[in-house]
Ligand binder design. Structure first.
Ligand code: P6P
Length: 339
């Protein structure tokens, strides 16, 4: 009977968040409404990504499809869908998107109390070859609803209330944390519902995989170079780590979260602040890693303690299994004490 009960007791993402809301009796369900709009955006993008190859959606902006309509690039389309969904939720007031240079301030009549920083389709350069891509988001509470400013999104990651990503791959998986652990949901296209498939995800304390773009090795600083050397030529008699690098952050982070290991996008001489963006790549993934028992480090500090000064600030990032990040931290510490 237990097995039968399991099959019929469908824990959808909406039900799961409502259960979580029960922990905050004072809440009026605003977060649940916000999340349902984010989920709607993910469902739309999942469908568009799956059709992309067929409908020539992957073409450059300005191409026309068989109906002669101008095709929007998938990331432009995804951005429009998420902006419209978030604004129409009536629960947001400031939006930061990887696709928009400036922040979007929601019309006062439609304003709510949340700010959402998101990358609507991260890794979109991989669409044409079918590699998994994803949406990444992080959610802040505004500081003062009567005085909404950029300061409401230029907050340290430690102020984030929730974060998540949706990976569009062999299946569509949404991984979410509202500050009480990490849960994974898989889209059942026949139901159009995200079902809880990975409850209470915990990242293994150690890992056998390192994930970095080795093509940048020439420009790495000493601690990064030393760490990667250690992965390839361990001095303690242990076996070398495997290298897995997809080049799509959501896919590389999702594998790291489930299998353990470490994902690195270090600074280098070419890009002293690394490549990944603080508000909608580094913070959400760091939030999830810490909630799953892992760590996230910038080379100088705990990633979530960064204080962004500009919307599209970048930061180096080392995130993953607790013990692996500890090793990187030790190498940077000895480097800074040696200086
Ligand atoms: P590189 C994709 O363009 C992206 O923003 C992330 O998804 C990914 O982790 C990174 O850049 C890959 O960068 O320099 O290794 O190609």
């Amino acid at each position: 009977h237990a097995a039968e009960a399991q099959r019929t007791d469908l824990m959808t993402i909406t039900r799961h968040v409502l259960n979580e809301q029960g922990r905050h009796p004072e809440s009026r369900g605003d977060f649940t409404i916000l999340l349902s709009h984010i989920v709607l955006g993910c469902k739309f993008v999942a469908s568009a990504v799956n059709k992309a190859g067929l409908a020539k959606l992957v073409g450059l902006a300005g191409e026309t499809n068989v109906q002669g309509e101008e095709q929007k690039k998938l990331d432009v389309l995804s951005n429009e869908v998420f902006v419209k969904a978030l604004v129409s939720s009536g629960r947001t007031c400031v939006l930061v998107s990887e696709e928009n240079e400036e922040a979007i301030f929601v019309d006062p009549q439609l304003r709510g109390k949340y700010c959402v920083c998101f990358d609507p389709l991260d890794g979109s350069s991989n669409i044409d070859c079918g590699v998994s891509i994803g949406t990444i988001f992080g959610i802040y509470m505004i500081k003062d609803k009567d005085n909404v400013t950029l300061g409401d999104v230029l907050q340290p990651g430690t102020n984030m209330l929730a974060a998540g990503y949706c990976m569009y791959g062999s299946s569509c998986t949404l991984v979410l944390s509202t500050g009480n652990g990490v849960n994974g949901f898989t889209l059942d296209p026949s139901l159009g519902e995200f079902i809880l498939t990975h409850p209470n995800i915990k990242i293994p304390k150690k890992g056998k995989i390192y994930s970095v773009n080795e093509g940048n090795a020439k420009n790495w600083d000493v601690p990064t170079a030393k760490y990667v050397e250690k992965c390839k030529f361990p001095q303690d008699g242990s076996s070398p780590k495997s290298l897995r690098y997809i080049g799509s952050m959501v896919a590389d982070v999702h594998r790291t979260l489930l299998y353990g290991g470490i994902f690195l996008y270090p600074a280098d001489q070419k890009s002293p602040n690394g490549k990944l963006r603080v508000l909608y790549e580094v913070f959400p993934m760091s939030f999830l890693m810490e909630q799953a028992g892992g760590q996230a480090f910038t080379g100088k500090q705990r990633a979530l303690e960064l204080a962004p000064t500009k919307l599209h600030d970048r930061s180096p990032i080392f995130l993953g299994s607790y013990d692996e990040v500890e090793e990187i931290k030790a190498l940077y510490a000895s480097e800074s004490s040696a200086v």
